[in-house]
Design a binder for this molecule. Structure first.
Ligand SMILES: [Zn+2]
Length: 286
């Protein structure tokens, strides 16, 4: 019988021992599970079905794929801080929601979204959690050490841009779970291939730090210069104030993550009550 070379590690088929070149790029890389691991689409389909059976019968859980930046935290580069934000650098040691990191040789602050610890603890009781981030991997690594230091929540189910063939779009092909039991929580719909957005519970983006109004591009700078010259106003003055500048924050009890958790609890209950057999129907039920 001819081997289908379903599981290939470092160029060698794990079933028959043959060298596999994969010149037509048919195999799907799963670097986040093991270095050099590639699986055939057929084997990925088999694994997805197998995981669903296990999920439904044994664990009574569903699966939740979580974005990180913008959903669970915000990042601000210190060199871009406004005068009203600079005091935050001195508060890092006295606060448990603010962390200083060096990412791509830039100094920055990470601000955890209010309610994030409670959200992960409670969501983990009903869902198997997966992290999926296209942010710089040093952000993601740091965040996961903060949020999940003992790998209680995510285990090895962490997909980063560096692990994927496609570094600017997300795909559920890399999540080894049947799509009927899979929910995504992300603030960016446009990060996902259109086929997968019907799994999405979209959350408001968490923006703690002020965003520079000029993107740094020549065009943006020129555009702002023209507006300042012609109309006499400064773009920075028009930009809405951020939480960081106002000294406020999103509500923990009634903010994005608390509301998402309420929705997810309800969805889980309705799924196991037998109302629907596919989470997509629950996500889009009126
Ligand atoms: Zn083989």
């Amino acid at each position: 019988m001819v081997c289908g070379h379903s599981i290939v590690l470092q160029g060698t088929c794990c079933q028959c021992g043959s060298a596999v070149m994969d010149e037509s790029n048919k195999l799907i890389p799963f670097e986040f599970l093991a270095k050099g691991l590639k699986l055939s689409p057929q084997y990925v389909g088999f694994m997805k079905r197998h995981t669903m059976i296990n999920t439904l019968k044994e664990k009574k859980k569903l699966h939740l794929v979580l974005n990180l930046h913008g959903t669970l935290y915000d990042y601000g580069r210190i060199s871009a801080f406004s005068d009203r934000e600079k005091h935050l650098v001195g508060e890092v040691d006295s606060r448990d929601d603010l962390w200083r990191i060096t990412a791509r040789s830039h100094q920055g602050l990470i601000k955890l979204r209010p309610f994030v610890a409670e959200f992960l603890r409670e969501a983990n009781k009903l869902f198997t959690l997966h992290a999926y981030s296209l942010s710089p991997s040093d952000h993601s690594d740091y965040m996961l050490k903060l949020l999940d230091p003992h790998q209680t929540y995510f285990g090895r189910r962490v997909i980063c841009g560096r692990d994927t063939r496609d570094t600017w779009m997300k795909t559920l092909d890399l999540v080894l779970v049947d799509e009927r039991v899979l929910v995504i929580l992300d603030d960016q719909c446009s990060s996902w291939w259109a086929d997968h957005t019907n799994h999405l519970l979209q959350i408001m983006t968490y923006r703690y730090f002020k965003r520079p109004t000029t993107s740094g591009s020549l065009f943006a700078n020129l555009f702002n210069h023209v507006k300042r010259y012609l109309f006499g106003y400064d773009c920075d003055q028009l930009a809405p104030k951020s939480y960081s500048e106002e000294g406020t924050d999103e509500s923990a009890e009634d903010g994005g993550l608390a509301n998402a958790l309420r929705f997810l609890r309800n969805l889980h209950q309705r799924f196991y009550d037998g109302e629907y057999k596919d989470v997509r129907m629950l996500l889009h039920a009126s």
